[in-house]
Design a binder for this molecule. Sequence first.
Ligand SMILES: Cc1cc2nc3c(=O)[nH]c(=O)nc-3n(C[C@H](O)[C@H](O)[C@H](O)COP(=O)(O)OP(=O)(O)OC[C@H]3O[C@@H](n4cnc5c(N)ncnc54)[C@H](O)[C@@H]3O)c2cc1C
Length: 448
Amino acid sequence: MPATAVNDDEGPRPGPGEAAFLGRSPRASIRPPPASDRAGNPRSPRKTLIATDVAIVGGGIVGLATAYQLNKALPKSRVVVLEKEAEVGRHQTGHNSGVLHSGIYYKPGSLKALNCRLGKKLMEEFCEAEGIPYEICGKVIVAIDDSDLPALERIYERGQANGVVCEKIDKDRLAELEPHSAGVQAIHVPEAGIVDYKEVCRRLAQRIREAGGEVLTGARVAGIVRTKDKAVLTTADGREVEAAQIVNCAGLQCDRVTALAGQKPDAKIIPFRGEYFELKPEAEHLCKNLIYPVPDPAFPFLGVHFTRMIGGGVECGPNAVLAFGREAYNKTDFNLGDFLETMGYSGFRKLAFKYWKTGLGEMWRSASKKAFVKALSRLVPEIRAEHLEPAPAGIRAQAVTPDGSMVDDFLIQETDRVINVNNAPSPAATASLNIGRTIVERLSPRLA
Ligand SMILES: Cc1cc2nc3c(=O)[nH]c(=O)nc-3n(C[C@H](O)[C@H](O)[C@H](O)COP(=O)(O)OP(=O)(O)OC[C@H]3O[C@@H](n4cnc5c(N)ncnc54)[C@H](O)[C@@H]3O)c2cc1C
């Protein structure tokens, strides 16, 4: 649906990519603010008021998928996505491994399992319809020695319970699928795939705008005021968005946005940097598709693995070290405020106390390429340091509760006017279109 811009004096007027007043038009609208406030003080000339039904904070894949699903399910509802960066998908979504996860790992009945299964199907359909390249290339989860077998068995059972197409394979079959991988047994998951989630985000943003929604970039939400019948979001540059409902999909900042909206989050985000290497072209033959280890069930991370990417190349990693800032992508990046917040959080201190040994191991792997190569060589023994070159790191937003537990499942907290997505780690990119659909189901009665 095309958008309509509304000016206080002139009434409705068509304008591409703009939003409509609550209760006046089915479309979101933009109006300049009055020249002065109620007290007669002059207002900033930059201030623009957009009125909408739903304001979504965060233009990562979860926020965009939610806006897209809202447009599809409730085409008369107006939606505005506010993204603080200059373009969408810059944080977790733009730094992920690009895997279409099958849902094999997750506890049956969990939000991760349900949304991953349904979301993967929706993502494949979306890519198919939009001509976005994706590939169902298959994956192997490899038991390196007999000690991995009980955990491999549990993953297989979960796969069966979650309806994942998978089979246990022996060494010979593994050698056919991945000739350079070593293991005593494996699970083959033929339905796992790869895609470029940045491309998915760009296309979602395009479709949202074409349907009359707004995707505002460079719009960092810095304040939220809730009143009895609406909420007003203020951006750092002074723009205002008035919304009936807010959806918080702010990823690494989601707990802060939850607090801005007046709710105490159940958990705090602790940022974990995942560092990667890439295989040099002459070593790419060492991995045909996706080679994963049996993960440690104590952690929501999958262990260092090999991932062929849809755009070419093979990524190796990631480890998981504490990041010294929520957006501290380089080893030397340091954000004092973020760091002090993490250190001051009792949940983090309890987590660090519980897992200090694992943490030290991850830090050692971060400092020493040799140690990283050693971890990779358990899966692919031929790998050597000279096969690898550094690749960009990603940062995972991991929600940690005050008792020091890492929240394993997706976490959604609601108030009457705000739906907060407070934990959306992997496989949230795969699952995003179904997470969006679920959020829209929760929004529907509120917008009626
Ligand atoms: C290293 C790594 C590898 C991964 N691999 C995979 C994979 O292969 N497959 C998979 O399915 N999942 C994977 N994941 C997980 C997946 O990438 C994330 O779960 C998913 O991208 C989360 O999306 P999001 O929209 O919630 O968060 P994000 O992509 O982080 O988006 C949040 C957005 O909110 C914006 N924002 C924050 N605060 C504000 C504010 N105040 N105002 C306005 N905007 C704001 C940010 O700029 C950001 O763009 C991986 C994650 C990482 C880190």
